[in-house]
Design a protein around this ligand. Structure first.
Ligand code: F0G
Length: 352
């Protein structure tokens, strides 16, 4: 049978009424890419895989959660959905709302959303509101609106978002035959880390696939779960995870603790260095998505994680094309040559 999206694939494991038709863009089924050269760069002696979630239909992992949240919103008869977003949720909500025939209202922090995400939300026909405030302020506003109206909230406070997102754990176990030893991923509002942990636990109960240690990684300027209190003015170049009050912070801490993993912070420079390492291995991700690898690198360097003979999966949550400015603002300009054979030959034959 042709692939039909995460709800149909894992229907029995997702807590959704069985008789409803999924709102889907055939999300999920993303590749688990072996990156042996990158493992060597990090010191070697272990297996490393990238789960490239940027290859979902709207370019991020949010689509896994949105198929479930939008399916339920439609089934409940909602006419409109709303979310706060650093960009990816907005684009995903917009696309899935369109599939469901619902209005999408998305609220973003002004000037802090990468261009590919904003363009997505607009292209898919969302009503975009920007506020001169943070993601956290936007989230508390949309929560209030959803409580006082019939507009359905599709942030990851909506439990169906987690139901959809946990399917990535199932896919990883299906490919590897068992859970990895470590799972590394970025943490912002903390819905995704919560979903993965739910998924691994559920699959383990059912199929005895084992449990990974979870390494959650925040950006140093936006690391409430590492410093132990909310951050009023979060900052980081990884705008996707520029979040000071994670809605599912408690669950994230519990996932780290129960899995004997940890939540750590990395600097923007470490994130950008990891983004470059990934890209030079053929996997271009947006900065936030490189945080998992940045965290793994730091932990290996300080000897905090023993990776010897281990199998490690890093989740790359969003595609690099979401945030091209990070690259183009810093790049050396492409070489300009005359449209002339000799000049081009001389360039190619030069010693770089
Ligand atoms: N990576 C990317 C690319 C994201 O867009 C996000 C969150 C995360 C990681 C963190 O996931 O919030 O579940 O811990 N983006 C949200 C948004 C906040 O609005 O798109 P989380």
């Amino acid at each position: 049978m042709n692939y039909q999206g995460v709800i149909n694939r894992y229907r029995d494991l997702i807590h959704l009424p069985t008789d409803i038709d999924p709102v889907t863009l055939l999300e999920g089924n993303t590749p688990l890419i072996p990156v042996p050269a990158l493992a060597e760069e990090l010191g070697g002696g272990f297996e490393l895989y990238i789960k490239f979630e940027g290859l979902n239909p709207t370019g991020s992992f949010k689509d896994r959660g949105m198929t479930a949240a939008m399916t339920m919103a439609k089934a409940k008869g909602a006419k409109a959905v709303i979310c706060a977003s650093t960009g990816n949720t907005a684009a995903s909500a917009a696309a899935y709302a369109r599939r469901a025939g619902l209005r999408a209202i998305v609220m973003i922090p002004e000037g802090k959303v990468a261009v590919g995400k904003l363009a997505g939300a607009i292209a898919y026909g969302a009503e975009v509101i920007q506020i001169p405030g943070s993601f956290d302020e936007a989230l508390s506003l949309v929560v209030e609106i959803s409580q006082k109206s019939t507009v359905e909230l599709v942030n990851s406070l909506n439990p169906y978002r987690l139901e959809g997102q946990k399917t990535s754990s199932f896919e990883i176990c299906d490919v590897l035959g068992q859970a990895p030893d470590w799972l590394c991923l970025p943490v912002g509002n903390a819905g995704n880390i919560t979903s993965y942990w739910m998924g691994f636990k559920q699959y383990h109960q059912l199929k005895n696939t084992g449990l990974p240690h979870i390494l959650g990684v925040q950006a140093a300027g936006s690391a409430p779960l590492v410093i132990g209190h909310a951050v009023d003015h979060p900052e980081t170049i990884a705008t996707a995870i520029r979040i000071g009050r994670p809605a599912r912070g408690e669950e994230a801490l519990a996932a780290a603790e129960e899995s004997t993993g940890k939540i750590i912070a990395v600097t923007d420079d470490e994130i950008l260095a990891a983004q470059k390492m990934l890209a030079l291995n053929g996997i271009w991700v947006e900065p936030a998505s490189a945080a998992g690898i940045a965290g793994l690198k730091a932990q290996i360097q300080t000897g905090s994680i023993n990776v010897n003979q281990k199998r490690i999966v890093a989740i790359c949550t969003g595609h690099g094309m979401k945030d091209p400015d990070i690259i183009t603002s810093k790049m050396t300009k492409p070489t300009l040559l005359p449209a002339d054979y000799d000049a081009i030959e001389a360039f190619i034959l030069r010693k770089p």
